[in-house]
Structures are given as structure tokens and as C-alpha cells.
Design a protein around this ligand. Structure first.
Ligand SMILES: [Zn+2]
Length: 221
């Protein structure tokens, strides 16, 4: 199953729709919960309304029950998970609150699921776009950002595979210069060793600027 969140493509779904389990039908929040969890994680239009006075922009880090970073979601969705007792508040913004005429709730920054969610195959998909993202949109030979292509370090004609370790972003001149030769033959060097990006890297990339409170959870591994 392919999913696209924050511009990164996944071979699995990180949306909360996959997390629905157990009984949450008798507490009056069912409709809201469904509305809040059935769509792409980036969409906020169907999120529950906590009064129309506030705009709930912002991201919330969702931790699994074992405190591993699991996903990033909206303030609305995280709040619903807490209201449904599906998650506990770990960190909140002490300067902001979710307000309506009748309630004042903490503004979540990190929530932790009460039930452990198993995601057996949490890997970032190997795609052209994701290789470009991993390499920061720069040629891995010269650092140029123009006319980027994907280069097989070990050429396909020489048995090179489509793997994270064998694919890098390369500008057209560098790609042409290297041709089918090995790095040694071409006398070229990579800026850094290509690697499989981690899920934590995706979260960092997705959010852009990090909430300080998230850092201990994202740099655990
Ligand atoms: Zn180049």
C-alpha cells in the first residue's frame, strides 16, 4: 500500500485510519473520531471543530506505547485521540490552549498511544523522489543542484542494483562523465556514502523546524 505524506512516499500507511481498534463507539466522539482519522494526515478540513474561534495549525508527534516516534499528526487529531483516551498527553505547549465556549484543553505537542501499534514494515519506499530528498537535491559528486538525474554507482550494465546504497542524485555532467565506469575508473568521489533513510529522518524532514520537546524522542535511535 502506497501512501504519500509530506512529500515522502511510504510503502505503508501512517495515517491514523489504520490505528482504529477496540471500542470507541459509546462515547459520543465516534463520528468525530472517524471524520478525524479517515483521511490523509495532511488534511485538516474534516477535523473536529472545537469552536470556530481558533485555528489549530501545528504538528503533534505521536509516540507508540513504547515511546518510539511513530507519526506526525495534526493538533486536532491528537486532541481527539486524547479525548478518546486512545492516547495520553506527554508534552503540551504551555502558552497555547484549545478553546471553545465551554472547554479549554491543553495544546498537544507530543502524545503517546495507550495501545502498542505494530507496523511490521516501516520503510521508506525507494523512489526517485525519495533519493533526491535523501541527497538534499544536490549532486553527490559535485554538489550542484541543477539538472539532476539518478545515477547508479555501479552501473546497471555491470550488475548494479536499484538499492538505496547504489543510487545517488547526480547532475547531468557528472552522470555523463562517469558513464558506465566504476568510481575508481572515473576518478570520481561521492560526497557521502549513500544510505537507507530512517523513519526519524522522514519525520525531521516532514516537520522542517523541530519542536525542542520532540528531540529526545527523535534522536533516541
Ligand atoms: Zn555533479
Amino acid at each position: 500500500m502506497q501512501n504519500v505524506i509530506g512529500g515522502i512516499e511510504f510503502g505503508f500507511s501512517t495515517t491514523l485510519s489504520n490505528w482504529q481498534e477496540g471500542d470507541h463507539s459509546s462515547n459520543g466522539f465516534t463520528a468525530t473520531f472517524r471524520a478525524a482519522t479517515n483521511s490523509n494526515a495532511n488534511e485538516v478540513s474534516d477535523a473536529p471543530a472545537f469552536g470556530n474561534a481558533c485555528t489549530l495549525s501545528g504538528h503533534v508527534l505521536v509516540l507508540n506505547q513504547d515511546y518510539q516516534a511513530l507519526a506526525v499528526t495534526s493538533v486536532q487529531r491528537a486532541t481527539v485521540l486524547v479525548l478518546l483516551q486512545k492516547a495520553d498527553l506527554v508534552e503540551s505547549d504551555e502558552h497555547r490552549f484549545i478553546r471553545s465556549a465551554t472547554i479549554r484543553l491543553p495544546w498537544p505537542s507530543i502524545v503517546r498511544l495507550r495501545i502498542y501499534v505494530r507496523i511490521p514494515y516501516k520503510r521508506i519506499m525507494l523512489t526517485r523522489k525519495n533519493v533526491m530528498r535523501r541527497d538534499g537535491g544536490k549532486c553527490q559528486y559535485c554538489g550542484n543542484s541543477d539538472r539532476l538525474t539518478i545515477d547508479h554507482i555501479r552501473a546497471k550494465s555491470r550488475g548494479g542494483k536499484d538499492t538505496w546504497e547504489n543510487l545517488v542524485a547526480a547532475c547531468v555532467p557528472c552522470n555523463n562523465k562517469k558513464g558506465n565506469m566504476s568510481l575508481q575508473q572515473a576518478g570520481m568521489k561521492l560526497c557521502r556514502k549513500p544510505f537507507r533513510p530512517s523513519y526519524v529522518m522522514y519525520i525531521r524532514d516532514f516537520v522542517g523546524s523541530l519542536d525542542d520537546a520532540w528531540k529526545p524522542y527523535l534522536f533516541l535511535s
